[in-house]
Design a binder for this molecule. Sequence first.
Ligand SMILES: Nc1ncnc2c1ncn2[C@@H]1O[C@H](COP(=O)(O)OP(=O)(O)OP(=O)(O)O)[C@@H](O)[C@H]1O
Length: 505
Amino acid sequence: MSYLVLDRISKRFGGFNALSNISLSVERGTARAVLGENGAGKTTLMNVLFGLYRPTEGSIQIDGKAVSFRSPSDAIANGVGMIHQHMHLAEALTVTENIVLGLGGLHSPLNLRRHSAKIVALSERYGLAVEPDQPVWKLPIGMRQRVEILKMLYRGAKILVLDEPTSVLAPNEIDSFLERVKALRDDGTTILFVTHKLDEVMRIADTVSVMRHGQLVAERDIGQTDVRQLSRLMVGRDVEPVRVPRQAAPGGPVLECVDLVARGERGLTALDRVSLTIRQGEILGVAGIDGNGQSELAEIICGLRKPESGSIRAGATEITGLGVSARMRGSRIGFVPEDRHGTGLVLDHSIATNFVLRSFRRRPVSRLGLINARFIAEQARWMMKRYDVRSRSPAQPARELSGGNQQKIILAREIEAGPEILIVMQATKGLDVGAIEFVQRKILEARDRGVAVLYISTELEHVAEVADRIAVMHRGRFTGEVLPGEATAEHIGLLMSGLSVGEQQ
Ligand SMILES: Nc1ncnc2c1ncn2[C@@H]1O[C@H](COP(=O)(O)OP(=O)(O)OP(=O)(O)O)[C@@H](O)[C@H]1O
């Protein structure tokens, strides 16, 4: 019998079947990829395995023994650890404190030192280097993720569930992360990982399960399949990169930034004299490894952050000193932020309410301070259809939707406000191939209506698909500008790491 068996698992939320009769078996010391469109039920299935949800029907067996989890601590006690898409560490505590938090008996510094030594030994064994005494807020994302993994291994996890683990990592961190996962598997840990990235599946999975609409639709050994087949199994059709020929040449300048200088959270220079111009009906792509000033650039243009010096013009208007509401008013600037949960949506509010976050003070959404609920509901139905937001009702809280559907809500709200300038950060992160195609198409349609788009992403291949020009950012500066199709990924990669061609070792 297989090491892990999920037997006919179903999960209903109200009248909605999120999982229907899923049976899945994984051998010890192998890696199973779980693929599927946004909303297919992957996270729900993993949450059932980790004790966050109780299945409506079905059972779980580990190593031949029936188990039933009422909570994540039950799952952990039975050797199941999970690393979530959004990390759950206490920022103010150190790495060691985070790892041992909840284990009990930790009050003496001596105990902490003992734990620290064991954590270092564990991290060396798996090549998961961490600094035990550093507070978590000081750590880059990649290292935080290692802390989460160590936390689970420290509790004796034999089955590790990774939910879209690479979606938070920079391209240069992904390779070493995948190597670490392989090392864990080769050491006997059973891995289940959810991803949308088919190349990663091919690189580290031994077997793959494909889900669609809450059901298991296919299972393959990795040697029996390829990227094209998996993509078809996921979305039920072939998906090609979007190619939308432009309707007209770009017009005059719409957004002009000159010599923007800014400091980041820790007082270091985040932007070092950045200048850019985007014309009407043009997409300027900004590629770069996360944390090289992209967020600061977007926030300064939107008015969420003040530059130390430099100027910004939108059309003929100087907007440098204006706040965010003045810039958004009159629908000048649309913003799709990187942090969908914190900035993009109000998670506890309904889909319909999230659609009107920009416009609730204006007619026809409200009049004399009274909300027009009927209009909001009708508009929500229209927007959901137009943007393919899959949900049972406009009244469903945004929190309950899958990542791809949440992103479509933000995009719909920002594009339908009719902006002249659209700033999009990490538009495709965590999205399935079908949703990526959809989102890219909507952005290209906005371009063809004359919107000037700043498209910031760490996913280079997607920048190259939509941008008219690509500016590469490194340490707060533009290190080069290239035309998609003319520059190789290697050349852009060099610019991303601050080297020019010929400088590489
Ligand atoms: N707590 C909940 N209450 C109601 N519906 C939910 C809840 N959690 C998830 N759902 C619904 O279950 C379905 C599956 O969601 P799930 O998050 O598992 O999808 P996913 O495959 O992980 O998607 P993604 O790739 O976007 O993360 C979605 O339609 C979602 O709206």
